[in-house]
Design a protein around this ligand. Structure first.
Ligand code: KIV
Ligand code: ZN
Length: 515
């Protein structure tokens, strides 16, 4: 007997993009959208079209490209926002307008300065306006988990009467706890007379680390059939519900949930890698499903058990979530055709022949230093190249550093600034510190370093190091990523990439911050 479906709604490019420094360009969003489509996500929330022309264009490009997922745009509950959403999305094969307004006493009074009656009216008019143009309309009462259930019943019943096809209950500040949240939704569905005319959904934030648990309780107790989530749990503050965790929980425990999703789970890890590369948000090693250690058995007892019978300590397989893909390698002798074919299989489509040539050259340079090139290496080198071509003011030409026990580290760096080479040297507390100081002598950005992290792209000491640098200046926060077999060079590349983003004219917006 076929099971009921759980709709997976991805908001990596809207809510996830609100993480500090995670804002993406149109091209980056398109790459992620294609990966989500390949993963067979049901609904892709592509952005907030009214937030800026940049986000409008990104949503429109995604709407015109994606064929196998519904493309959605978020709009506040007013005609202007919704019209922008309609204009951005109407070229899509399948599209959805998602409109929202806050319903909690705190948000209505302090943020919106509206009475509950005014909020109710705005919700009704918004859904009506959207439904006149689009058959698929989602309505969200923002801060739903802290809203008065009686008022929620009135607003949601009215929204469904106006034609909302999905009702999404957000736990906007991550305040909910699982049983209570599931129960609240069950009661709402029970009390609202027309509740069966809409699909019910949840959207949970992770401030108490409960986003996935709350979403699953809403599925199990509340009977919702859509979960909103992001790849790697990306999102503002502590993030959102992690897509990979919900999907694998439902799949692994199908005996309990009795549901199925449409997701091709083998695409989970490649998509996670792509999102991490593009946003500069590194996945913690012990993160469920997509963390580097998720399937690594370190203790002798576990290793012994797994070797005898995998199921002793593994409830799902690494291959099932796409970990095996990094075994497919290219090497020094691989030609352009194999390179291009592998990029295609990874869903990477470079815009022009020139971009392919540049990427191939970087691949050859890397193959000179590293015997085997893994998928992760390819993703890293393409991501790096994209940034470079799009917004390069400074380019790392060469660098040297010397350090040793008892010696003060010293670095010298040559950067090309709009084609002119400039050199600087510096000491530092460590080789990375010396390198960044030398770069700053040339650039004098005055930016504050918020984050520095190093990760191995693949396993083994021959792996490339992937460095993320987060810089802030004048309220703008950006991430830069660099990869190299030498982690000091990777650090310099990441720092320069972040600097280029800081001064870039390429539009990159955190949608909600722009409102
Ligand atoms: O967290 C939230 O409330 C949201 C809504 C707009 C769905 O992101
Ligand atoms: Zn949210």
């Amino acid at each position: 007997m076929s099971k009921e479906r759980l709709i997976i709604f991805d908001t990596t490019m809207r809510d996830g993009e609100q993480s500090p420094g995670a804002a993406m360009t149109r091209e980056e969003k398109l790459r992620i959208a294609r990966a989500l489509e390949r993963m067979r996500v049901d609904v892709i929330e592509a952005g907030f079209p009214a937030a800026s022309n940049g986000d409008f264009e990104a949503v429109r490009a995604i709407a015109n490209t994606i064929k196998d997922s519904t493309v959605c745009g978020l709009c506040r509950a007013n005609d202007r926002d919704i019209q922008r959403g309609i204009d951005a999305l109407k070229g899509a094969k399948s599209w959805r307008i998602h409109t929202f307004i806050a319903t909690s006493p705190l948000h209505m009074e302090k943020k919106l300065r509206m009475t509950p009656e005014q909020v109710l009216e705005a919700a009704v008019l918004a859904v009506r306006y959207a439904r006149n143009a689009c058959p698929d309309v989602e309505f969200s009462p923002e801060d739903g988990s802290r809203s008065d259930p009686d008022f929620l019943c009135r607003v949601l019943e009215a929204a469904i009467r106006e034609g909302a096809t999905t009702i999404n209950i957000p736990d906007t500040v991550g305040y909910a706890v699982p049983e209570q949240f599931g129960e609240m939704i069950r009661r709402l569905r029970e009390r609202i007379p027309n509740s069966d005319k809409a699909v019910w959904s949840v959207h949970c934030h992770n401030d108490l680390g409960l986003a996935v648990a709350n979403s699953l309780a809403a599925v199990r107790i509340g009977g919702v059939r859509q979960v909103e989530c992001t790849v790697n749990g990306l999102g503002e503050r502590a993030g959102n519900t992690a897509l990979e965790e919900v999907v694998m929980a439902v799949k692994t425990r199908r005996d309990f949930f009795n549901l199925e999703t449409r997701i091709d789970t083998t695409q989970i890890v490649p998509t996670s890698r792509l999102v991490s590369q593009i946003t500069g948000f590194v996945v913690q090693p012990n993160k469920a499903v997509v963390g580097a250690n998720a399937f690594a058995h370190a203790s002798g007892i576990h290793q012994d058990g797994v070797l005898k019978a995998r199921e002793t300590y593994e409830i799902m397989t690494a291959e099932d979530v796409g970990w095996s893909t990094n075994r497919i390698v290219l090497g020094k002798l691989s030609g352009r055709t194999a390179f291009r074919q592998r990029l295609k299989e990874l869903g990477i489509e470079l815009e022009s022949e020139e971009a392919v040539n540049r990427a191939f050259q970087r691949f050859k340079d890397l193959a000179d230093k590293k015997a085997e090139i893994f998928d992760e290496d390819l993703i890293a080198l393409v991501a790096e190249g994209d940034k470079a071509s799009a917004e390069e003011r400074w380019r790392l030409v060469t660098m040297n550093q010397a350090s040793g026990m008892g010696e003060r580290p010293h670095a010298s760096v040559v950067l090309a600034e709009n084609g002119t080479e400039r050199r600087a040297e510096s000491d530092g507390d460590g080789p990375v510190d010396a390198t960044f100081k030398a770069i700053e002598k040339i650039v004098a950005s005055g930016a504050e370093l918020l984050l520095y992290s190093v990760n191995a792209v693949t396993t083994g000491t021959e792996s490339q190091g992937e460095v993320t640098v987060r810089l802030a200046r004048g309220g703008r926060v950006v991430n830069g990523v660099g990869a190299d077999t030498d982690i000091i060079v990777a650090s310099a590349k990441a720092y320069v990439a972040a600097l280029n983003r800081l001064v870039s004219k390429v539009e990159r917006l955190n949608p909600q911050h722009a409102l």
